[in-house]
Write a protein that binds this ligand. Structure first.
Ligand SMILES: Cc1cc2nc3c(=O)[nH]c(=O)nc-3n(C[C@H](O)[C@H](O)[C@H](O)COP(=O)(O)OP(=O)(O)OC[C@H]3O[C@@H](n4cnc5c(N)ncnc54)[C@H](O)[C@@H]3O)c2cc1C
Length: 407
């Protein structure tokens, strides 16, 4: 059997699902396929936190609200944070950001990826978007003006336009021969949730250690403030050692690495270790094809920006496709798709470059660089306007915003 659609989105993760929802009223026949079951799990408020979480910006929240998904997300479990505290573990420099400095109530929300995904899927199941669960893409080739997609179970699909939202190891990107620039951060990230003896005070904490950044992100369960999600970026050797420790030893090592800022680390959930790699596609588009989200770019989690960039990609691409539909243009035309690339690539590249420099500066050990970063942090701490600018950037409410993210 061969299926046909105007548009096939490969990957129904957070970003692919957001794109499908953003196009649900476009009149286009859309197929959204994913290798997983695409089922929405019943939510248990007492269940442990999922290890994978994202710090969602205000712009992402707006997009999710307009897609009708935020209500289902907030009904499950979200943790607002109002402050951010960053410090240099091998110096005295520190900096504090607060939502109040720009008259906002929150800087963002920490949300489990599963919760975001379920909020989006819930809306998709109520929409006209064609969902193909358990559909793993295996082959992709040009056939005239269309793409022919073959799934692992032999099913075949045809479409003039394919969107790759299939994550960091995108099969579409590989099969379509899209080139990337990539390099290893020589960092692994350990992620889990931990319980601390002191309240997190709705603050996101980040300590730069000699081995890499360590973040404690506030989690909220029934108003209690003792759980944090941690992202501990460190050398592969140290990550291997930390993964091999029993819970008590791991909690002690973590508490030491975090200088005990939230008191004792009392308990830890099962840990996950993720190798970190920066990747950026040289082009996001070609005739009949566009890459979005992690398929187009993966970035160090120290910025907490990966999926925020992905949601903006999805919103901008949807906006350009709808506009092209209204003008009667051919959507698969590389000229149409390039408008999306022109709006998103400079923004993504600028953020990736900023994060890269930040990461290098904090990894650097020579004395002049350590002096520079400590003095830099202290200087910026004294500059309320510079800090407010940074906070507005973090909220994601500046620059060329798609209508879905605008106030
Ligand atoms: C440790 C860590 C912490 C992070 N913290 C943050 C944060 O605080 N804030 C933030 O914004 N970002 C954060 N990120 C980044 C964020 O997790 C990613 O940017 C985001 O998950 C990417 O979403 P995506 O939908 O593009 O890809 P994915 O979530 O990878 O989804 C891809 C989908 O494609 C499907 N798929 C893959 N291959 C195929 C195939 N061949 N056929 C069919 N389907 C396929 C998969 O099943 C999956 O559903 C973090 C990342 C890491 C590693």
């Amino acid at each position: 059997m061969e299926m046909r659609a105007d548009l096939v989105i490969v990957g129904a993760g957070m970003v692919g699902s957001a794109l499908a929802l953003a196009l649900r009223h476009s009149g286009l026949e859309i197929l959204l396929l994913d290798g997983s079951a695409l089922s929405v799990k019943p939510f248990d408020a007492q269940a442990p936190f999922e290890p994978r979480v994202s710090a969602l910006s205000a712009a992402s929240q707006r997009i999710l609200e307009r897609l009708g998904a935020w209500e289902g997300i907030a009904r499950r479990r979200v943790s607002a944070y109002s402050d951010m505290h960053v410090w240099d573990g091998s110096g005295t420099g520190q900096i504090h950001f607060s939502a109040a400095s720009v008259h906002a109530q929150v800087l963002g929300h920490i949300v489990e990826n599963r919760v975001v995904q379920d909020g989006l899927l819930e809306r998709l199941h109520d929409s006209d978007v064609g969902l193909l669960p358990n559909a793993r893409l295996e082959q992709l080739r040009r056939s005239g003006d269309e793409w022919l997609l073959t799934l692992a179970d032999g099913r075949r699909l045809r479409a003039p336009l394919v969107i790759a939202a299939d994550g960091a190891n995108s099969a579409v990107r590989r099969l379509a021969g899209c080139e990337t620039r990539e390099w290893d951060y020589l960092h692994h990230a350990i992620v889990t949730s931990v319980r601390c003896s002191q309240a997190h005070r709705t603050t996101a904490w980040q300590r730069f250690t000699d081995e890499g950044p360590l973040a404690f992100l506030p989690l909220n369960r029934d108003g209690q403030q003792d759980w944090c999600s941690i992202v501990w970026s460190t050398t592969p050797e140290q990550a291997e050692q930390a993964m091999a420790m029993d819970d008590a030893a791991f909690c002690q090592a973590l508490e030491r690495a975090f200088e005990g800022r939230l008191g004792q680390v009392l308990a830890a959930d099962p840990r996950l270790c993720v190798p970190l790699r920066q990747r950026h596609a040289k082009r996001y588009v070609q005739e009949g094809l566009a890459l979005i989200g992690d398929a187009a770019h993966t970035i160090h989690p120290l910025a907490g920006q990966g999926v925020n960039l992905g949601f903006l990609d999805a919103a901008v691409l949807a906006e350009e496709l709808v506009r092209a539909c209204e003008r009667g243009e051919r959507l698969a035309d590389v000229k149409v798709l390039s408008r999306f690339e022109r709006r998103r690539m400079p923004h993504n590249l600028a953020l990736m470059a900023a994060m890269e420099s930040f990461e290098r500066l904090f990894q650097a050990n020579p004395l002049p660089l350590r002096w520079l970063r400590n003095s830099g942090l202290k200087l910026v701490e004294q500059m309320p306007e510079a800090k407010a600018l940074f906070v507005r950037q973090a909220l994601g409410l500046s620059g060329d915003l798609p209508a879905l993210a605008r106030a």
